[in-house]
Design a protein around this ligand. Structure first.
Ligand code: 5GP
Ligand code: ZN
Length: 115
């Protein structure tokens, strides 16, 4: 996926404030944070959205979630945090490379959703 924004970040073609990188997972601060801590954790391999996940992605997604939890603690989210995965049109996904938002900090976050 050569023109995918997050694939370009993985390849280093677009700068990002990285906080973790290994062979399979990358984490970086969101460019437009909506909480004191707001970073994204992505599989390096291009997976379009959570709706595209299959059994073959289990291992890498396990790594993504484990990295997310460890980084949340390292970033100071000692009293909890929120993870969000927006999926597709209804989920208002903007970047079509699967990513986990991690939101937190010292403030209590707003209620998750309101009608
Ligand atoms: P989505 O709505 O797809 O779940 O979230 C996409 C997120 O990516 C948004 O929170 C947006 O601020 C973030 N984002 C978009 N472009 C860039 C970028 O070039 N760099 C970084 N670090 N974050 C980005
Ligand atoms: Zn991609």
């Amino acid at each position: 996926m050569s023109d995918c924004l997050f694939c370009r970040i993985v390849r280093g073609e677009i700068p990002a404030r990285k906080i973790h990188e290994d062979d399979h997972v990358l984490a970086f601060h969101d460019i437009n944070p909506v909480a004191p801590v707001h970073f994204l954790v992505i599989p390096k391999m291009h997976i379009t959205s959570m709706a595209a996940l299959g059994e073959e992605h289990g291992e890498v997604m396990g790594k993504v979630m484990t990295v997310a939890a460890r980084l949340a603690a390292e970033q100071g989210c000692v009293d909890g945090f929120r993870t969000i995965i927006n999926t597709g049109r209804v989920g208002r996904q903007e970047v079509y490379h699967l990513h986990v938002h991690v939101l937190g900090g010292t403030e209590v976050l707003p209620a998750m959703l309101k009608r």
